[in-house]
Write a protein that binds this ligand. Structure first.
Ligand code: IMP
Length: 424
C-alpha cells in the first residue's frame, strides 16, 4: 500500500509486537486524528499509554488514547478489565485539562476490577517463588474470576442487586483468600462510581459494527505486546489478555480479515519490564545509556525497563501470527551516538541456529542470540521529517529490518515531542 499512514482509511489496528512500552499512546494520538471510532480492546489499568498534545501530558490507563480527538467516539471493549478507580482519576484529569469525554462508551459486558483483585495480585506476587513482576493492578485476578465465571461485570453497576452481588462476592473472597474486605465499604464506593459512569455504559459491538458498515474509520488500540500474550507469550511471564489481533475479536466480534491496516509497533531497540527472558539483552554499559537517553521507566509502575537489541526473530513471528501491513519504529533517535548497533537475526540452541520461537519462558531463556552488526550514526536526527534525509547508517539499519521481516516501515519516531516523526 502506497499511502502514508497518517492518511489511513478503513479499519486499522495498532498492536505491540514486543514486550510492550513501544510508544503506542503517541502513535494512536496521531492516527486518531483520522478516526471516527477509537476502540481499546485488551488489558486493563496495567497499560500506560503516554500522550503529550495541546491539552497537556497524560498517562492513559483505561481511557482510549484517542479521546483527544473530540469528534471521535471512544470505546472500551468487552474484554477490557475496567478499573473504575483509575477511570475516575482519568476523568478528573481530563476535566481539569478541558478534554470532553462525552463520547466515551464502556461496554456493559466488560469485567470489573474489584479491590479484592488488586489485593490478590499483590499477595500472590509476594508468595510466588519466581515472581512475574506484575504491575499490581489486579488484572490477572480480574481475568481469572471472569474465566471462572464469578466476576462482576460493568452491567452489574446498574442492576438492582448490586449491593447483594458485592456483599456475596466480598464474603467469598474474604473466606477463600483470607482477606479483610468490608463489603459495605466496597458497596459505597462502587455505588458512587456507578452514578458517574452510568451515562457512559453501552453496547460497543453494535456501535462498532454500524460504523464499520457505514465506511467510517475505526482505529483499534492494543495494549502491551504480542510476547506478553496469555497464549503466545513467554508463559508464565505474560499478561492475562490478548494484545494481538485475536484480542480485537474477543472484544468486538470483529474478524481480523476485515482489518485494512495492522500496524505492528516496536522501538528501534527493545525493552522488557517485570520478569521473563529476553535473548537480546544489552550489556550493562549500553543498557545504562539507553535507559537514560530513552527514559526507560514504566509509566504505570515507575520500574526501570531492561533494554535489549531489536529481535527480528520475534518480529517475524509476530508478523506471521498477526499479518502486519506495516511497522512503526519508535525512538530511533535514542540509538544516535551508538558506535555499533546489533540486530538479532536468529537464535542458537545447542549449537544450532534456529528461528524457532520457544513460547516457554525457560526455553527462550536458553537460546543465545545471533546478531548482525551495523555501524551507528552520531547525528541528532530529531529534526528529520523525510526518510531520505536520515543519516546513511540509520537508513541501512531500518532497511535491514524491512528486508528481514518483509514488512514496510511506515512510521519512525525521532524525538519525544509531537511531530518529531517521519511518515515514510
Ligand atoms: P500484569 O499484566 O500486571 O499482570 O503483569 C504481567 C506482566 O506483564 C509483567 O511482566 C508486567 O510488567 C507486564 N506488563 C503488563 N502491562 C504492561 C505494559 O503496559 N507494558 C509493559 N509491560 C506490561
Amino acid at each position: 500500500m502506497k499511502t502514508k499512514l497518517n492518511n489511513w482509511k478503513g479499519a486499522a489496528a495498532v498492536i505491540g509486537i514486543d514486550w510492550g512500552d513501544s510508544g503506542k499512546g503517541r502513535l494512536i494520538d496521531d492516527l486518531s486524528q483520522n478516526a471516527d471510532i477509537i476502540a481499546r480492546f485488551n488489558g486493563g489499568s496495567n497499560t500506560g499509554h503516554t500522550v503529550a498534545n495541546k491539552f497537556g501530558k497524560f498517562a492513559m490507563h483505561i481511557t482510549p488514547s484517542g479521546i483527544f480527538n473530540q469528534k471521535a467516539t471512544c470505546l472500551i471493549g468487552r474484554n477490557v478489565a475496567v478499573n473504575l478507580e483509575v477511570l475516575m482519576q482519568e476523568m478528573d484529569a481530563m476535566k481539569k485539562a478541558g478534554v470532553s469525554f462525552k463520547n466515551l462508551m464502556i461496554d456493559e459486558q466488560a469485567p470489573l476490577t474489584m479491590p479484592w483483585h488488586i489485593m490478590r495480585d499483590g499477595l500472590r506476587e509476594k508468595i510466588r517463588k519466581s515472581k512475574i513482576g506484575t504491575t499490581g493492578n489486579g488484572v490477572g485476578p480480574t481475568y481469572a474470576d471472569y474465566t471462572e465465571r464469578v466476576g462482576l461485570k460493568v452491567i452489574d453497576l446498574i442492576s438492582n442487586d448490586l449491593k447483594e452481588k458485592i456483599y456475596n462476592e466480598a464474603q467469598i473472597q474474604n473466606k477463600f483468600f483470607n482477606l479483610k474486605i468490608s463489603p459495605n465499604d466496597v458497596y459505597l464506593k462502587f455505588s458512587k462510581y456507578a452514578k458517574v459512569v452510568k451515562p457512559f455504559l453501552g453496547k460497543t459491538i453494535q456501535i462498532l459494527k454500524h460504523n464499520h458498515q457505514k465506511g467510517k474509520n475505526i482505529l483499534f488500540e492494543g495494549a502491551q505486546g504480542y510476547f506478553l500474550d496469555i497464549d503466545a507469550g513467554t508463559y508464565p511471564f505474560v499478561t492475562s489478555s490478548n494484545p494481538g489481533v485475536v484480542g480485537i475479536w474477543r472484544s468486538y466480534d470483529f474478524h481480523p480479515q476485515n482489518l485494512d491496516h495492522v500496524i505492528g509497533i516496536t522501538k528501534a531497540y527493545t525493552t522488557r519490564v517485570g520478569s521473563g527472558p529476553m535473548p537480546t539483552k544489552m550489556d550493562e554499559a549500553t543498557a545504562k545509556q539507553i535507559i537514560e537517553k530513552g527514559h526507560e521507566v514504566g509509566t504505570t509502575t515507575g520500574r526501570i525497563r531492561s533494554p535489549g537489541w531489536q529481535d527480528l526473530v520475534l518480529l517475524k513471528y509476530a508478523n506471521e501470527a498477526n499479518h502486519l501491513t506495516s511497522l512503526a519504529i519508535t525512538k530511533l533517535d535514542v540509538l544516535s551516538g551508538q558506535k555499533k548497533i546489533k540486530l538479532g537475526v536468529g537464535y542458537k540452541l545447542n549449537g544450532k541456529v534456529t528461528e524457532y520461537v520457544p513460547h516457554n519462558a525457560d526455553h527462550l531463556g536458553e537460546v543465545s542470540p545471533v546478531y548482525e552488526d551495523f555501524d551507528g550514526w552520531s547525528e541528532n536526527i530529531s529534526h528529520v521529517r523525510d526518510f531520505k534525509k536520515l543519516p546513511k547508517n540509520a537508513k541501512i539499519y531500518i532497511n535491514a529490518i524491512e528486508k528481514f521481516t518483509k514488512i514496510p516501515v511506515k512510521f519512525i519516531s525521532v524525538g519525544p515531542k509531537r511531530g518529531e516523526v517521519i511518515y515514510v
